[in-house]
Design a protein around this ligand. Structure first.
Ligand SMILES: [Zn+2]
Length: 272
């Protein structure tokens, strides 16, 4: 499932779109998590991409030309992928949408269709972007700020990371990895973490995400095929999916538990 590092990798890979005009939009099926507004999507034709970015797990393009500036937003959901291919290539099974550029198409593939795409004006875009919780690297995110925000809360620290209200972009894989790197047990009440533990969580969060982005960047630099994007899931994971295997740090057994409807992997020897 694409989390922040995967979407960041896609955003970096799509920097090649900057300066290019959209020359066509083709929609194969509209029923994603919310239906594709086909007319608005086709309204991108004739505009050029001037910027490609990411906010949380959402990829966005800023487009100009032919009226007011607009933003395309793409959420990849559970199983969505974007890749670049020749305009004349046949449609893949589960491929729903293509944005055509002069030399190639950007293709949206999403077998489970939990993703969504839309086109919004600048006001709606800026409102949406500023309402979201900070990015993990935002300077407002500090141990003291986390301590204050979490004070008195009884939910688990893992649930807190997943909720997207403190910082955006962290899903199940990286929540497990961050808490392992920080040495904090995932079931701990979030309000019980000390200032020193928040310092470790924040440092671990930034390091784990940066490492994943760097790995994603090397494995999917040129994601011209569906196969190439499998590289996303080859990032070195320390605990996620490793139940019963030895902990890479202490040699103890990595455990798996159900927590808030999701599976958590952790090492009781390293995480307190
Ligand atoms: Zn361990």
């Amino acid at each position: 499932m694409p989390e922040l590092p995967e979407v960041e990798t896609v955003a970096r890979g799509l920097q090649r779109l900057v300066g290019l005009p959209v020359v066509g939009v083709r929609v194969q099926r509209t029923d994603l998590r919310s239906p594709i507004a086909v007319a608005e999507m086709k309204g991108l034709v004739g505009r050029s991409v001037v910027e490609v970015g990411r906010r949380g797990k959402v990829l966005w393009w800023r487009l100009q030309g032919g009226g007011e500036e607009v933003f395309l937003r793409v959420h990849l959901g559970m199983s969505g992928r974007l890749w670049v291919g020749g305009r004349e290539m046949g449609w893949e099974h589960h491929e729903h949408l293509r944005w055509d550029f002069p030399e190639f198409s950007v293709r949206l593939y999403d077998p489970r269709r939990f993703g969504w795409v839309d086109v919004v004006g600048v006001e709606e875009f800026e409102g949406w972007r500023s309402q979201m919780a900070p990015e993990p690297w935002d300077e407002r995110v500090t141990p003291q700020q986390a301590l204050t925000a979490a004070r008195g809360r009884r939910g688990s620290v893992k649930g807190w990371l997943l909720a997207g209200e403190w910082v955006v972009g962290i899903g199940n894989i990286y929540a497990c990895e961050i808490l392992f790197a920080a040495g904090v047990a995932p079931g701990r009440a979030v309000g019980s973490l000390s200032l020193g533990e928040w310092e470790r969580v924040i440092t671990a969060m930034r390091e784990v995400l940066e490492r994943a982005i760097a790995a994603g960047g090397t494995t999917v630099r040129d994601f011209t095929s569906v196969e190439a994007q499998e590289g996303w899931f080859q990032v070195q994971l320390a605990v996620y999916g490793r139940a019963g295997k030895p902990c890479t740090r202490c040699g103890g057994e990595v455990r798996r538990v159900r927590q808030g409807g999701r599976t958590t992997w952790w090492c009781p020897g390293c995480q307190r």
